[in-house]
Ligand binder design. Sequence first.
Ligand code: ADP
Ligand code: MG
Length: 260
Amino acid sequence: MAMVICVSNQKGGVAKSVTCVNLGIGLARHGKKVLIIDTDAQASLTISLGWQQPDTLPVTITTIMRKIIEDEPVSAQEGILSHAEGVDVMPACIDLSGIEISLANVIIRETILRQYVDIVREHYDYVLLDTSPSLGMISINALASADKVLIPVQAQYLPVKGLELLMQSIAKIRRQINPKLSILGILMTMVDSRTNYAKEISTLLKNAYADKLHIFENDIQFSVRAAEISTEGKSIFAHDPKGKVAQAYEALTQEVLADE
Ligand SMILES: Nc1ncnc2c1ncn2[C@@H]1O[C@H](COP(=O)(O)OP(=O)(O)O)[C@@H](O)[C@H]1O
Ligand SMILES: [Mg+2]
């Protein structure tokens, strides 16, 4: 049975999608069977893995969620795409934003996605959920489906206020929908190690949360090479295998593997 990890932060641009791609492919490189589910209507994960026009895909997570809402059967293989670097992908596309509205009239609307995750999880070692920058109903569905949450935090801004809000949401979801949900860790991303500012924020965060939460040992450094992968359709391991970001995502992968 897969470990289901939701990559979550209601702030955009903190490297949620980039982390899903590289952790997912990182785990696959260690022989794990991995499914990445895109739950962001903007579909940046789907696009960055090479499916440049998600609107033309016959099946996306929207199709799947609609079927579950309509009580139609869904199979574990349906609509799954295979990426050349060894991960499976359930893509998203823009019409996922319509689901947000449809869900308003659904009973048990918080657990539609979980019904799908429960169908696929027995076929994988890891299922990663990429989420949108919001705490809307789809993101709640993602958190309700997960065993663990991984929280990327950008080191450039004081992230503490936004983190508090996310922690409150996670606590509420744990109390009301998903008691087994736990926090895998906080990942510092886009760290510019040349500046003291980034180091100060890193230290501040570690001081504020280290006794309550796991903060991943390895920060992800800022690198133009990492920004490039979004248009290349590949991971940092294929794009810049010797670079510091590839090393950092490999280290993250090993930390996640150690949590098994
Ligand atoms: N380590 C990094 N160094 C430099 N740029 C990065 C790095 N990680 C991500 N980026 C870039 O930052 C932007 C936001 O990343 P993304 O993963 O899309 O964030 P999110 O999914 O949280 O909105 C993208 O343009 C991406 O290419
Ligand atoms: Mg994203």
